[in-house]
Design a binder for this molecule. Sequence first.
Ligand code: ADP
Length: 777
Amino acid sequence: MLELQHLKKYYTVGENTTKALDDVSIAFRKQEFVAILGPSGSGKTTMLNMIGGLDRYDSGNLIIEGKSTDTFKDSDWDAYRNNSVGFIFQSYNIIGHLSIIDNVEMGMTLSGVSTVVKKQKAEEALIRVGLKDHMHKRPNQLSGGQMQRVAIARAIANDPEILLADEPTGALDSETSDEIMQLIQELSRERLVIMVTHNPELAHRYADRIIEFADGKIQNDSNPYNGHDEEASFKLKHTKMSYLTALKLSFKNIMTKKGRTFLTVFASSIGIISIAIVLALSNGFQKQIDKTQSDTMASMPITISTVASDTSGAQSALSASKGFSKHHYVEADTSQAEKAQHINQLDNNYLKYVKNISQKDAQNIAITYGTGMNLIKENDGKWGTVKFSNVNPDSQTMDTMGMMSSVTGVGGSVYPIDRNGKQSFLKKNYKVLAGSYPTKKTDIVLIADRDNKVNVSALKNLGIKAKANQKFDYDELVGTSVKLIPNNRFYQKQINGHFLPNPDFNKMAHAQDTQTLKVVGILRVKGKNSDGLLANGIAYSDQLTKTVYNTNKDSDIVKAQAVSPINVITGATIDPATRAQLLTALGGDKTASTIQIYPSNFKKKDNVLKYLDQYNNGKQKSAKIIYTDMAGQVSKLTGGMMDAITYVLVAFAGISLVTSMIMIAIITYTSVLERTKEIGVLKALGARKKDITRVFDAETAILGLGSGIFGVAVAWLATFPINHILESLTDLTNVSQLNPVHAIVLVIISTVLTILGGHIPAKMAAKKDAAIALRSE
Ligand code: ADP
């Protein structure tokens, strides 16, 4: 059955070499009960470990059923231990965190026996060793003798040909020892049993053959055997522990030390908690910023004015030469502002281009023309002219005397109308104080600020006699109307060729082609997002200016002014530039003074900008159109800052994650030390190195997953008090928001990192020598 040929095993510690086995040759029968006697340190256990394949011999050969083992690979030895050998130890080596059945089944679990067969065989084995009534107890509820019976059941469950026992009764009282010996003797009827003992009395009473050992050599053999086995075709069934078994084993182990596991999970989750909270906060802040941006900034229009500032030019001016001039003269120069000044040609062509912006990207586009209006109003029974002017500082209009004058932001604003004709802009940003929203192009509204203030000049422009701080009831203003007179009726050609306003206002007011502009409502800003969108004062639709243009473009005064070298009203000589301005004001030229584009939302703004940039492609500098995107400048700043802060905080939190990883590694290492015995037992049962690694990897995976989930859960719970505090401090609601994707990624990171951290100790565990592991206490 088993044959040792010149087997040697030397241990060298420092200078000393111990000859644990010194050229041992012996053969065993297929069925016999062999007792090995000898003093402590004589090499008995060493020989048992060689036979059991727990340790490797230095030289010689071990023949199993006629097959030499000198070509055995690790996996062959693992399979041999699992299939052919059963071990019984002095200290039972029952795995405490597993049930009795699980302990007995472990060898079969490793060799992949099906659950049903496994259970049946394990129960048979337990009945065989007399534990029928104790099968479902926990190992720590058993006596020493019962524990040893479990160990014996485990050793025979897989029905091995060889049973190896190392002082199986060493820890038992004499009565129990007798019972165990009887059991082993009974088992030896079916197989080869080799038992190490230093109790000669027991050996003589039960064993068939007694071998005496001393100094690594056989001194005496009571029943020698010289037979040789034929080379048998003996097959080994290789072992493999499934990941599920590894997880189950580790989970059960973890469950036996709940307190410590909780502390470990808690401590190592701190990294995850801090990262999760940082992410939740930055996520929330970003959302807040985005929301504010799309709320506030989407309502900030992209503005294109006739006069723009070309910042690219200003920048190159900054990088002026650092040295000093060596010239002996001074040079006339324009100011930086002038250099940066860029005149946008907002002609018909460009207006058409702008109107082609996708409706999805920009709902509202407001175009302000330089066109002036001829307005008159009746006051105390007397008619007089009034004036509107554009909010745009560079726009010019006619005053009562028909003189050109520059106006600064006190007149009318143009509000945008949706391109599908609906009135969403005013409804979204302004609420009605009195009257209603405008519905017709001849409807005018008054825009009031938060304090219900309306610009006094705007009121005066409407022909209302207003003084600063004067208070008006709403109905004093709502319903106020002015008359809009076409050029041809307003201006009369004089004999000298000049034009003058018709003095018969009354007649003009009631003429057929006169339109009535009526103040239909007083509107007030809805919230801070609408502040400053329209200047407080008069607002009217851009349809109105368009109508005025269409009425006046072919009027007599326009035609006359277009060809005249003088101002046709005053008679003053003018240059071509002034004439162009005059023509615009008279309605002869449709050049826009300002275009305001209101993107549908913050993201759509990019499309609009891209579209506007496209226009400039390949154009000369002077033909380019420069726009102002206030919202973009603000958001660029906040977005970048938030990112930077998040990176820094995540980096800090990452340090704590690494710390927890190191901690998990230490804890795994401690666990490895603690479970050394278990590693030995698993190896004795045929577990491969890989399986041992798997067990510890499974343990760290459980811990990592646990701390990941725990950390994310705590971080999520923490968002509630954090939000509460932030709300009371800053007014911002629901700032901290844990993104579910972040949560899942963090759990994965935690699991992967802890497996990595625990993998080195797990490898160390796998490398542990089975024989040494079993010797450890
Ligand atoms: P026994 O079982 O007869 O008490 P052992 O087989 O345990 O004896 O040990 C035989 C000798 O080998 C002893 O001197 C022991 O110290 C030595 N020995 C056993 N294992 C090792 C080891 N791993 N390293 C060094 N020496 C060892």
